[in-house]
Design a protein around this ligand. Sequence first.
Ligand code: ADP
Ligand code: MG
Length: 327
Amino acid sequence: MPFSHLTRTVVFACLFATLPGIANADWFEQERAIMGTSITAEVWDNNQQHAQLCIQKVMTEMHRIDSLMSPFHEDTPLAKINREAGQHPVKTPAELFALIKRSFIFSRLSHGAFDISFASAGYLYDYRKKIKPTDDQLKHVIIDYRQIALDDARQTIKFNKPGMRLDLGGIAKGYAVDNSIKILQQCGIKHARVSAGGDSRLLGDRHGRPWIIGIRNPRKAEGTVLALPLSDIAISTSGDYERYFVKDGERYSHILNPRTGKSAKGLWSVTIIGPNATTTDALSTTLFVLGVKKGIQLVDKMKDIDAVMIDNKGIIHYSQGLTPPGQ
Ligand code: ADP
Ligand code: MG
């Protein structure tokens, strides 16, 4: 659990608290380690107890999604699919079924660059112990979302080939962030930010001015390469610096090319901006596999989606909808 030391509660005092008319309003923020990542919820509210109640609902939602979709805990419905769907159709909770189905949209859009059955190879990697599969092991692995049979009427999932596995690590955090924003809206919150690792969504603005979201420098522990002023939008970054190890001079990072079962190369990071975090999360992973040319081409065809891609020479590439600094 790399971020466990982050478990803490922070309450930020805010400059705006002194403005007339909103004397008691303030920003309230909490950070927790859930789903193997750092979860942050920040809300603007005029009542501390109410703010904390709303933030608590977000954290409860994160735990709920983890217990539905984590492949790591044995008792989740996703773990059951991985254990049994190679032998027989497995009845699947509607919400999990729907997200798996939604993941296929990105698989089709990218001709298989995004594929939740990457996990058939993914489970052979251990990033902490620096373990990777041999070429021989990879020969027997099947990564192909088209071999995942979804039965809509029965809500069952079956693998057409035995030995397959699924992992929603490239989309579930974004989905959890979207649900959290809905929960905050139902709670009466008008301005908020929810982040799960590299996936964030902004509700409203930062009270009268945009949120400023930085894109990290992929080769420095601290520092950003760009700052984007944003409101009411989702933003996700996938990078090769989050989970990786270096062995014999080569970097093995956690995003796999489904065609090879090996770490995708060519990029340091991909940032996607779009209307919801499920989409930006899935697309950041997708473009990381596709590379600059195909990635920008794909995004330029999509409405309301933009991309900033940093290649392995440190050059920044922008989709059509963005104006690079100084232009
Ligand atoms: P994170 O916030 O975990 O860094 P990313 O959005 O960058 O998430 O996605 C990386 C995760 O996506 C991996 O940890 C893995 O769970 C999953 N993944 C890796 N390769 C693929 C792929 N080709 N298609 C779909 N999901 C993938
Ligand atoms: Mg992603």
